[in-house]
Design a protein around this ligand. Structure first.
Ligand code: ATP
Length: 711
């Protein structure tokens, strides 16, 4: 046995051994692809010529094979060469058996395993074995490839006493090598280096609610995505049909993580940001924190419910209809009573027009009855039938009991008077002004549209209002209560029920957003990922209650806490931790494992120098690191910062607002004026902590004062 730092030829020899295996796997994949393509072509031919039942039967068999081919092709496409290769691990056990671990399972023509899928039980020791509990593994090897070429190998010995004489051990830490690599546009998968505490969360059973907490950079997002891939692989029958939804804080984030699942051959998971959860609406615009807090609180739900019980602002305030020579009149107070009666039964207003017509006709009958004399003696049934068929009655009804859209309701609420009467005592005068202004800008003025917080209100209103009736085609029955038509593929038109939901950055969901998300998973199991110290939500109790209700029937809970920070260098994390020292318990601060011996820089300059210093720092960092560089500022400063760095033509450079930086990472980060990041949220230093912990290798802070930096 040779150990630790072997002669280069020993490493080369081991690389050559692994190269032979990797080449065999790729040859076998080529063969399988060839077979699959031939099968698909034959299937097409048979399908075209099918004229009788027997041939059709064959064709349907071939269809099944086609599906297999389709799946194989998808998988092959997904194995992008940019990722670390198909085979990434090898286990040698105490019986001298060898198991290769990879992104997918591949067998040779005799059905012997060439590679075991990382999600299969046989691959579990690759992640779970440790010296105290080696699970019969003598040597665990990480194989680093670029496409089909083996670049390096890295070993761990778990049972030193069982290493045979001819077994070579090489390398000094696959994890550290992976962590030291430059960050690119998109997050990479971590299949080759998943750590034991992470693996436990990934492989936890699918039912119920799995909560994963941990500080910045502990791999929560990576774990949640690998868990989605694992769950679909192991429970495709239960989870594949209704689908898996991953919810992240912003489209920049969902774009950043978009390659992780495809790189593991999983292309059927839907990724949505919080501003995109509601079909047909989409937003990336953030309200100021205090306004978002109002819109996100459950008080808003009460206001919306009350708003729907009021008459639409443009509804007629009087009804007059002539019947048998008599004018029947309902004034504003009487109409308000009728409206109240209609609402007394809990139904969605958009589904209640028939009920509205019935109760309005009853009120007209009551009125008529009070006019009865020798000359005017109507019959109840007759009056109701006659008026119910009259065009002028229907004209009144459609303006008085309107079919509403959620946007229309928020547009009314942009009028301070309407909002104040719906709000009652729920909000102060100043809060009502702020909300009304914001709704006006969003819904009454061209070009802005809803904010991210408004999307949850629109979704709430969608459910409170009910769907608009479908247009009736000739010969069809009344559409008022018609069931929703299924869309192509057997899913209902507005498909929004998933079997498993992953919520990332869960600490930031407002109660209203939890309600929106909860509706997507009434029967779902959940993976919920977050870090309370990064929370930007002010009322934690209300959010916790809303989150509990969102889980609905899913009562089974399991919790995993991740404690190692894999992202930041130890120097960067120690610096960032200083800003939350008063609000985080030591338990909540993870342990950063990688030292670069480069301390973060904090530069005190005058505001007039921000632009020049930011540009300089960005240029320096671009020269120092191979990967991406992020300039993070308060949301309001983003347009300025974009102008400052416009002259730098390097596509590794990004400018992001502090709220958009959630979940992202860059090799180097320049944070501008921390105090602005603190004051733009309601939770103070937490937003700054998020920004500082985005950096993997280098960090520069440019500021005009340093009160934010605790000693
Ligand atoms: N086992 C691992 N092997 C290699 N890299 C890892 C491992 N675990 C995490 N990482 C890397 O560490 C970085 C941080 O991971 P991730 O973004 O999932 O953390 P997070 O806990 O979601 O962070 P935050 O809450 O700060 O956004 C990523 O680059 C990820 O690839």
């Amino acid at each position: 046995m040779s150990q630790d730092t072997p002669h280069p030829s020993a490493r080369d020899a081991e690389i050559a051994i692994e190269q032979r295996q990797v080449s065999r796997v790729y040859e076998r994949l080529d063969q399988l692809r060839g077979q699959a393509e031939a099968m698909r072509d034959r299937g097409y031919e048979m399908g075209h010529g099918a004229t009788n039942e027997a041939v059709f039967e064959q064709a349907s068999m071939l269809f099944e094979r086609d599906m297999m081919v389709f799946h194989a092709n998808q998988l092959l496409q997904a194995l992008d060469s940019e990722y670390e290769g198909l085979v990434f691990g090898r286990l040698d056990d105490i019986q001298r058996e060898t198991t290769y671990v990879g992104r997918l399972g591949v067998r040779d023509a005799e059905f012997n395993n060439l590679v075991t899928d990382w999600r299969a039980p046989a691959a579990a020791p690759f992640y779970q074995a440790r010296p105290e509990e080696p699970m019969d593994v003598v040597r665990r090897r990480v194989i680093r490839c670029t496409a089909a070429k083996v670049q390096d190998v890295d070993d761990d010995v778990l049972i030193p006493s069982s290493v045979p004489d001819d077994m070579r051990v090489v390398g000094e830490g696959a994890l550290m090598a992976a962590l030291g690599k430059a960050r690119g546009e998109k997050m990479r998968d971590i299949v080759a280096t998943i750590q034991r505490e992470q693996d436990e969360a990934i492989r936890a059973p699918w039912r119920g609610v799995t909560e994963i907490t941990g500080g910045p950079g502990t791999g929560k997002t990576a774990v949640a995505l690998h868990r989605a891939a694992y769950l679909l692989y192991r429970n495709r029958r239960q989870l594949g049909g209704a689908g898996v939804l991953v919810i992240g804080p912003s489209p920049v984030f969902t774009d950043y993580i978009s390659r992780v699942l495809p790189s593991m051959g999983e292309t059927n998971v839907e990724l949505r940001s919080l501003g995109e959860v509601l079909d047909g609406s989409s937003s990336t615009r953030h309200d100021p924190a205090s306004l978002a807090a109002l819109k996100g609180s459950l008080r808003m739900r009460r206001v919306l419910k009350r708003a729907l019980r009021a008459a639409p602002p443009d509804a007629p305030t009087e009804m007059r209809i002539v019947y048998a020579g008599e004018v029947l009149k309902l004034d504003a107070t009487e109409l308000a009573k009728v409206r109240k009666r209609i609402h007394s039964k809990i139904t969605q207003p958009n589904r209640s027009r028939v009920r509205a017509a019935e109760i309005l006709l009853e009120a007209l009958w009551d009125k008529a009855e009070s006019y009865v004399d020798d000359r005017f003696a109507p019959k109840r049934e007759q009056l109701i039938t006659d008026l119910g068929e009259r065009i002028d009655f229907h004209r009144f009804l459609v303006t008085w009991w309107q079919i509403l859209t959620p946007e229309q309701v928020l547009t009314w609420l942009s009028d301070r008077k309407n909002l104040a009467s719906a709000a009652g005592k729920a909000f102060t005068g100043a809060e009502i002004n702020a909300l009304a202004d914001s709704f006006r800008q969003a819904f009454d003025e061209p070009g802005r549209g809803p904010s991210v917080a408004d999307i949850a209100l629109l979704d709430e209103l969608r459910v409170l209002l009910g769907p608009p009736p479908k247009r009736r085609r000739r010969g069809q029955q009344s559409p008022l209560n018609a069931p929703e038509e299924p869309a192509a593929g057997g899913r209902p038109a507005n498909y929004d029920e998933y079997s498993h939901i992953v919520v990332d950055e869960a600490q930031d969901l407002s109660p209203m957003q939890w309600r929106m998300v909860g509706r997507r998973g009434r029967y779902a199991s959940w993976t919920v990922v977050g870090d309370p110290v990064q929370s930007s939500w002010p009322d934690e109790t209300e959010a916790a209650q809303a989150r509990e209700s969102a889980f609905g029937a899913s009562t089974k809970r399991r919790r995993f806490a991740l404690r190692t920070n894999y992202r930041n260098s130890a120097e960067i994390f120690a610096f960032a931790a200083r800003v939350v020292r008063d609000i985080a318990t030591p338990d909540e601060l993870p342990n950063a494992v990688r030292s670069t011996e480069v301390e973060p820089r904090c530069e005190l300059v005058r505001p007039a120098e921000f632009a020049a210093r930011t540009v300089e720092a960005a240029r320096e960092h671009l020269a120092e690191v191979d990967g991406t560089v992020g300039v993070i500022t308060a949301m309001d400063r983003v347009p300025d910062a974009e102008k400052w760095v416009a002259a730098i033509s390097d596509d590794r450079l990004r400018v992001v607002g502090s709220l958009e930086a959630k979940g992202l990472e860059y090799d180097a980060v320049v944070v501008v004026e921390p105090t602005e990041l603190i004051t733009e949220t309601t939770t103070g230093p937490r937003a700054l902590y998020v920004a500082l912990t985005r950096a993997t290798q280098r960090l520069t802070v440019i500021c005009s004062e340093q009160t934010w930096l605790k000693a």
